[in-house]
Design a protein around this ligand. Sequence first.
Ligand SMILES: NC(=O)c1ccc[n+]([C@@H]2O[C@H](COP(=O)([O-])OP(=O)(O)OC[C@H]3O[C@@H](n4cnc5c(N)ncnc54)[C@H](OP(=O)(O)O)[C@@H]3O)[C@@H](O)[C@H]2O)c1
Length: 346
Amino acid sequence: MRLMSSYGLVKIVVIGFGNVGRGLAKTIALKNNELTKKLNITVKVVGVVDSKGMALKKDGFTGIELLKLLEQPRSSVGSCEVYGRNYVDIEELYGEVQPDIHVELTPANYDTGEPGLSNIRRALNYGLNVVTANKSPLVKAFNELTALAQVRNVKFKYTGTVMGATPFLRALKWMKAHRVEYLRGILNSTSNYILTLMHEKILSIEDAVKEAQLIGLAESNPSLDIDGLDAAAKLVIISNTLGHSIRFENVERSSLRGIDLRDIMIAIKNGYVYKQVSTLDLVKKRASVNVERIPVNDVLAGVKGAMNAVHIVTDTGEYFFQGKGGGGVETAHTVLNDVLEIALGD
Ligand SMILES: NC(=O)c1ccc[n+]([C@@H]2O[C@H](COP(=O)([O-])OP(=O)(O)OC[C@H]3O[C@@H](n4cnc5c(N)ncnc54)[C@H](OP(=O)(O)O)[C@@H]3O)[C@@H](O)[C@H]2O)c1
């Protein structure tokens, strides 16, 4: 196991300085003193990287410097005074700042897994611990990356990839004595928010998507969410975490685009709602993300807006997890908990 640079000090580089990366920098700036008092651990950000450049400081940015970095517009950390470089060279970054943990927060790309896949491979091969919230490298190469981490004797944590702001994967990993047989849930905040608007404000899918875009929840191209790709990626990660390999291509999917206002009105009249339901049946070895009409008294019907929830059936009991699916600062807390766990030797 790779040792931290010195006891009580953990040095991280943050690759991807968008919503979650910035949320992480802000959280560390504001909470480091509290964490040091509580855990005897001080987290030092020694480098941040966006798509155009990087900023690095060998002995770590102070809280005030981190808050100052947040004032840089997107794609411009390389232009910050003193510490900025207007190019990205991650090997150079590692060489100069000698981090303990590589935190990968770049965007998901389900066709290639890049840039996260190559970044995580490089970090593990370099002998660094890795924490990520980016699903696509895991979807592309779960077995390869987890095996590589084992061979290199480093930690690889990805709790933020599923139900971003809720430690669901952590709980699932902990349940080693249970045999999980079946799981059903709402794993995509954006589509759940859109469907909630369609039911509560009687909006068309186009208008609901626009509202979700206005508050920054939906991307300009909402396909990953409304066509079920994001939720399918989460099922692949959950299944692999439980030791059952499934391929992204084999997750059956249907899109929210098939639902119109007439369907919504008829469903409401008859005591139903539409939900994007993700199902993983480990006995029948089937995974799906489907838009389903479910009764209003179904436990998933009450999960509204940006909330996520999962109902798990195991050989010894049933469990229900509910919490926020994402959010920059909230997901950053999950990422930071992974960092702290590694620093504490877990
Ligand atoms: N947001 C959430 O609530 C949430 C929740 C759970 C999981 N996640 C996952 O966490 C990851 C980050 O999400 P986010 O919302 O922070 O995304 P985001 O706002 O789009 O930020 C992505 C960051 O990655 C940078 N980037 C892009 N290509 C890069 C490259 N080749 N090298 C270095 N940096 C690069 C971008 O640079 P520029 O600034 O220059 O564009 C940006 O800073 C994603 O994989 C997402 O799926 C997000």
